[in-house]
Design a protein around this ligand. Structure first.
Ligand SMILES: *Cc1c(COP(=O)(O)O)cnc(C)c1O
Length: 483
């Protein structure tokens, strides 16, 4: 077993070791990776790094002792409330990311529900396109998820279906602005109206879209209302570590009122140590992400964001138009954000195969599995860093589509597919699961077959619940102590 080194290593030695490790990561700095990292360019990096490092050791555990952090948080939240057209009653908190913001929105709704229904299981009505973080929150916080299918052409939530899914235990309704997968805005005013009708809180997931959409509106894009100006919207999550170009660990959760936020706060004064009072999930936390987020917002400013998003809008439109010209491909829905889902219209073109072919040429896109009425597709998250690479990407996409059409799609072994049809994956033991995955070229410790499309086809062929079981098994095997 690896041990903490008996003799400490020199600064240079440690730094060199670190630098070497990154060589196998996705090459995100080259503008050929469509996801994970959001680059704003200019001097953002410099501003963020300086602020992050200056507040590296400050502790957000106690905002009464670290008044600088309380000040920064209240300023960041105020700017976000203003951006999303909230009023003086609105409040919010800085969090570590979209998942934490969503978890807090769900917790606030759950605890509000519990006041009136101490013994019932709270339910959350989720469109199919709502982010996985809501499912995770329901899992952690003990809510029941009720899924409604979205429109199969626009990929927007269907308010009537959501209304029909409500009952006396519904504690929260969710809409996205925009959803991650297709980049479209759900009909938030209609969803919020259901909330008002039935006194149910409505959370808008603006993690990826809410920061950008107001700027797109300023740039002349027709934009439905989705923010705190809509009556009935009670909370919104918005990430700063995505399109506000802040380093990771930056998001906000905003609430309509202090009374609603009260259900988010956790306090414990019945143990033997300090009084613990947390607005979020984390307790001790570095001041770095908050200081960096505040500094990036100050440095870029509305004019800087507007200029970047004007370029982003243009880039998005050019890629949507370019994909439309490639025979055998289509863009799903009408993206209202810099998020694009590309599906195949030609049975000879398998998108997972296409993804592998693009990967071999150094272009990294994100496969999205088929779910109910959303077909298998490839996702692009565009940022200003992609602008110089539009032509190159579209050429590669066209060439790889042609290659995917001409060549055989590597497929999972027939016996394996047959075996999958026969076993109930949610019931098989771990050994059987390891054998099945081994047959597909998936080994312990994260070894994947060179042809990822084989794995994605297998996942596609499984019932949704079974996918979760298989992936949990795989992930559990990924993190094994180093030798
Ligand atoms: C990214 C994202 C989230 C989750 O945010 P994390 O920062 O990854 O925790 C939630 N909702 C949407 C729409 C997102 O795009």
């Amino acid at each position: 077993m690896l041990r903490i080194p008996e003799h400490g290593r020199s600064v240079a030695d440690v730094q060199e070791a670190l630098a070497g490790l990154r060589t196998h990561d996705v090459p995100w700095r080259e503008g050929r990776t469509f996801g994970y990292v959001y680059e704003g360019g200019g001097h953002i990096d410099e501003v963020a790094q300086h602020a992050y490092m200056s507040f590296l050791y400050e502790n957000g555990l106690d905002p009464t002792e670290f008044k600088s952090l309380l000040h920064l948080e209240n300023e960041v939240v105020a700017m976000c409330i203003d951006h999303l057209r909230g009023d003086e009653q609105c409040v919010g908190n800085f969090t570590s990311g979209g998942t934490e913001s969503i978890m807090l929105g769900v917790k606030a709704a759950r605890d509000r529900f519990r006041v009136a229904h101490p013994d019932a299981v709270p339910e959350m009505v989720l469109p199919r396109t709502a982010h996985a973080a809501f499912h995770k929150s329901a899992h952690y916080l003990g809510l029941k998820v009720v899924i409604t299918e979205v429109d199969g052409t626009t990929f927007r939530a269907v308010p009537d279906a959501m209304r029909a899914a409500c009952n006396e235990n519904t504690a929260l309704l969710v809409g996205s602005a925009t959803g991650y997968a297709h980049g479209v805005v759900d009909p938030i005013p209609e969803i919020a109206a259901i909330g008002l009708e039935r006194d149910i809180p409505v959370h808008v997931d603006g993690c990826i879209g809410a920061f950008v959409l107001p700027f797109f509106r300023e740039l002349g894009v027709a934009m439905p209302d989705f923010d705190l100006s809509v009556p009935g919207v009670t909370s919104i999550s918005m990430d700063l570590h995505k399109y506000a170009f802040c380093p990771k660990g930056a998001s906000v959760i905003l609430h309509r009122s202090r009374a609603r936020r009260a259900h988010q706060v956790y306090v414990c004064a019945q143990w033997s140590g300090y009084v613990l009072a947390n607005a979020g999930v984390q307790s001790s936390k570095s001041g770095g992400p908050l200081a960096a987020a505040w500094s990036v917002l100050q440095h870029v400013g509305r004019d800087g964001y507007r200029a970047r998003f004007a370029e982003l809008l243009d880039t998005t439109r050019r890629i949507v138009a370019g994909v439309g010209e490639i025979e055998g491909l289509e863009v799903l829905g009408q993206p209202e954000m810099a998020l694009i889902a590309i599906a195949s219209t030609d049975p000879q073109v398998n998108v997972y195969h296409l993804s592998d072919l693009l990967g071999a040429r150094g272009w990294h896109v994100q496969p999205q599995l088929r779910v109910t009425n959303s077909p298998a597709n490839l996702h692009l998250t565009l940022t200003p860093g992609h602008t110089p690479h539009i032509e190159g990407f579209l050429e590669a996409l066209a060439a790889c589509t042609e290659e995917a059409r001409r060549t055989e799609t590597p497929a999972p072994p027939e016996p394996l597919l047959a075996a999958l049809q026969q076993v109930d994956l949610s019931a098989v033991d771990e050994d059987t699961l390891a054998q099945l995955l081994g047959a597909a070229g998936i080994g312990e410790g994260g070894a994947l077959p060179a042809e990822r499309c084989v794995v994605n086809q297998l996942l596609d062929a499984m019932p949704l619940e079974a996918r979760n079981r298989v992936l949990r098994f795989f992930f559990n095997g990924l993190f094994v102590p180093a030798e």
